[in-house]
Design a protein around this ligand. Structure first.
Ligand code: SF4
Ligand code: SF4
Length: 795
């Protein structure tokens, strides 16, 4: 085995899916794919790389085939495995459930394979595209080995360990990591080289797999039907393979540790050597618990944790050996829910392992074990919650079957935690960016994370929270830069930099709630430093004063417009961030941003887009201004409630909280237990996301009604009415005599609902009535919303 010099490896900043896909591509000859969130881009990357002729470690280009469903993809993998090809697939959630019948067959025939799974919630009372282990847990009985990764680095490392172990064990592997939290987290990792991968794959084992291929040259019969006389015995015949698998995985992990330097075990213990309280967890929750353990141990507490790597086959003795002898209480955290089960699956395995092996391994009284659920459907899980679990274990009778991170006021299962428990050091840059789904905020932040991750010794992490309504909805980017590796995967809750890329968010979203005292606040504002203060809501002013925030404004839309970039403000805001956060010197940041622009747009749109973006970067800093913060709240503007005050109770208490991005605060009792919601509630949500809205000019309008007909949101309406109906209308309300012969003496109006309009301009594009004297002026024109908002709301 050749040991490559560490210098050959480079640090890259990628997401979990790219980290795993890279290994899958190098180790596979056939990949059958079918897209499902959040694993879609695994297959897309494999497909693109194969199309570009990228080879695997065997010197061939993997054959990538897209099937008609996940069931087809698993069937294709099954077939290619029987043909002797090294095969893989990617999936999640219901897609994985569709693969289960083939998984039983693949495992039953003792065939090496790797399924990479971005663990995602299985739809129950509602669909969810987010992450938990409910899909993976549904595969426990298939006979696949289940190997868990907890970070982007591990998604790469465990992917290779899975591919290396499966050929040796003749047991197929399901390698999984948390959907979105790991699959879409961008992080700086040390990338394995092709030589590393070659060194890890045992070619003798690969040949054994190939020799088992079904071939007319070596005819065998496989996949028969068996009767009661032999099926049972034959089923037991596979036992030795499963008994050997944990040892094989550990040997592969040891080989990996020797080669690469990162050491993994079936179960990794972290914490005080004499810990009395231990938490057991799997997946991205590991880093979060580890941060809590580090802090609590630093404070003198006897706590520790077990990271579960190989979940199936569950090596009970190895698990017990990994625990300190001193442990008195264990809390097992499951990221899944099995209604009606005596306890959740990992909890059950831990109980069984302790019952079977504690006396033989450590002797004496076995520890008390409780279990709890956390993080379903990517529910936020923080070190504070982990510390709450350790605090629960100090009680004489800690709660069993608890939940953490939500308030369960129905069955009383939730445990408390102190939200102020903090593990983050002051030298970590923690930034939160509020943007729109289409304004480029996420791509700018991805690029910032790459710039810092790949050009400085700092570690970088980026996680992007999307609204499932996509374009036109809010995105929140959570970004960290640290001189040390970043362990925990959770949102930024104490930001020392907050950027709001959309001025109108201030009216509806409490963007400063997570700003810590002394933080920097950057606002994209059409108002300059001297006039902005009284244009922001009083509630925002109060937080700026109370928290002593440093307040900056930039008119990014004007800069983008001047640079001919339309509404793409990303490079402007990115440049301002680097200038203010000073993670690297501004000059270096500008050079790197321009380099990134060249990489991103150089190939696609050619020089012109690069030129425009560079122009925006150059102009950005001239438009960035500090606001002198007055000492008192003076604004007459106030934040508006998420839904009108007179909305029905459910809309106010539940939907209103969800619309205000405060759904996390809702207790269990507020949610329907079977997923049934009232209908017709969209009308209460006023997203107010348009930057420009259509304004009507009755003098030119020919009253064709097309604008009203085409609006996809029914946000512009044409009405005909008796003049008496508008006798007390606001002064700005416009009418025209109705042209229709069937409405003599009636008036008409074209009225936009400014908070429902998305600013798509379809109505203006379709309007046929043009002003003969003023070029480009139509019967409706898109005009800046802020100039017309109050009047149009009243109208
Ligand atoms: S801009 Fe789009 S959303 Fe707004 S009124 Fe016109 S068509 Fe409707
Ligand atoms: S504003 Fe334009 S599209 Fe709408 S009714 Fe008038 S002429 Fe027709």
């Amino acid at each position: 085995m050749r040991r490559p010099a560490v210098a050959e490896r480079r640090f890259v900043t990628v997401d979990g899916n790219e980290a795993a896909a890279n290994i899958a591509h190098l180790c596979s000859e056939v990949m059958a794919i079918y897209p499902i969130t959040p694993s879609s881009n695994l297959g897309e990357m494999a497909d693109a790389w194969a199309a570009a002729g990228r080879k695997n470690i065997f010197g061939t280009v993997p054959h990538v085939v897209e099937m008609q469903s996940e069931a087809g993809a698993a069937g294709a993998v099954h077939g290619s495995l029987q043909g002797g090809a090294l095969s893989a697939t990617f999936t999640a959630s219901q897609g994985l459930l569709l693969m289960i019948p083939n998984m039983y067959k693949i495992a039953g025939e003792l065939t090496p394979a790797v399924f990479h799974v971005t663990a995602r919630t299985v739809a129950t009372h509602a669909l969810s595209i987010f992450g938990d282990h409910s899909d993976v847990m549904a595969c426990r009985a298939t006979g696949f080995a289940l190997l868990a990764s907890g970070s982007v680095q591990e998604a790469q490392d465990m992917a290779l360990i899975a591919h290396a172990a499966t050929v040796k064990a003749s047991v197929p592997f399901l390698h999984f990591y948390d959907g979105f939290r790991t699959s879409h987290e961008v992080s700086k990792i040390e990338q394995l080289t092709e030589d590393d991968v070659k060194a890890m794959i045992d070619l003798d084992a690969v040949n054994r797999h190939r020799e088992r291929a079904m071939s007319p040259e070596r005819p065998v019969l496989r996949g028969t039907a068996q009767n009661p006389d032999v099926f049972f015995q034959a089923r037991e015949a596979c036992n030795p393979y499963y008994q050997k698998t944990p040892q094989i995985v550990q040997e592969v992990m040891d080989q990996f540790g020797e080669l690469v330097g990162r050491k993994y075990h079936l179960f990794d213990y972290v914490g005080a050597p004499d810990a009395e309280r231990v938490v057991v967890v799997m997946g991205s929750g590991c880093g979060v618990v580890e941060e809590a353990v580090d802090k609590l141990v630093e404070d003198g507490e006897k706590v520790g944790m077990i990271k579960v790597r190989l979940y199936r086959p569950f090596a009970g003795e190895a698990f017990v050996k990994a625990l300190p002898k001193t442990v008195k209480k264990i809390a097992v955290l499951d990221r899944t829910k099995e209604p009606g089960a005596v306890c959740e699956p990992l909890h059950a395995d831990v109980i069984a392992a302790i019952a079977e092996y504690w006396a033989g391994v450590h002797g004496g009284a076995a520890p008390q074990i409780v279990g709890g659920r956390f993080g379903l459907s990517s529910k936020e899980f923080t070190p504070a919650m982990a510390a709450g679990v350790f605090a629960e274990l100090t009680k004489d009778a800690p709660k069993n079957h608890f939940v953490v991170g939500i308030v369960d006021d129905v069955t009383g299962n939730s445990i408390d935690y102190d939200p102020n428990f903090n593990t983050e050091k002051d030298d970590v840059v923690r930034a939160v960016f509020f943007g729109l789904g289409s304004d480029g905020t996420v791509s700018a932040n991805r690029s910032s994370v790459k710039i810092i991750g790949e050009n400085t010794p700092n570690y970088a992490q980026g996680y992007f929270v999307y609204d499932s309504r996509k374009a036109g909805s809010m995105t929140t980017s959570h970004v960290r830069f640290s001189p040390r590796p970043i362990k925990g995967s959770y949102l930024v809750h104490r930001a020392n930099f907050v950027a709001c890329h959309q001025f109108h968010f201030l009216e509806r979203i409490d963007v400063l709630s997570m700003a810590e005292p002394g933080a920097t606040f950057l606002l994209n504002s059409p108002f300059g430093p001297d006039e902005v203060w009284d244009k922001i809501p009083a509630e925002v002013q109060k937080q700026i004063i109370d928290k002593k925030l440093k307040f900056y404004v930039v008119d990014a839309y004007t800069v983008a417009k001047k640079a001919e970039l339309g509404v793409r403000i990303n490079t402007v805001m990115q440049t301002c961030f680097f200038a203010l956060a000073q993670v690297i010197p501004t000059d270096q940041a500008i050079t790197e941003i321009k380099e990134m622009i060249k990489k991103t747009y150089g190939k696609k749109g050619g020089g012109i887009i690069v030129e425009r973006n560079n122009k925006a970067v150059d102009m950005a800093l001239e438009s960035l201004h500090e606001v002198k913060v007055p000492g008192e709240v003076t604004s007459k503007i106030h934040m508006v409630p998420a839904v009108p005050e007179d909305s029905p109770e459910f809309v106010k208490d539940v939907l209103g909280m969800m619309i205000a991005y405060r759904g996390d605060d809702l207790p269990v009792s507020k949610l329907p237990s079977d997923g049934t919601f009232p209908t017709g509630t969209t009308k209460y949500e006023k997203r107010s996301i348009a930057l420009e809205i259509p304004i009507w000019d009755p003098k030119i309008c020919i009253q064709c009604g097309l604008c009203s007909l085409v609006c996809p949101h029914a946000a512009i309406r044409m009405k005909v009415f008796d003049p008496s109906a508008v006798s007390d209308a606001p002064e700005t309300f416009q009418t025209a005599e109705c042209r229709g012969k069937e409405f003599p003496g009636m008036l008409t109006t074209i009225q936009v609902a400014p908070d429902d309009c998305t600013g798509c301009a379809v109505c203006v594009n379709v309007c046929p009535a043009k002003d003969k004297e003023v070029a480009k002026h139509k019967a409706i024109d898109m005009l800046p919303k802020l100039d017309h908002l109050e009047a149009e709301r009243a109208n």
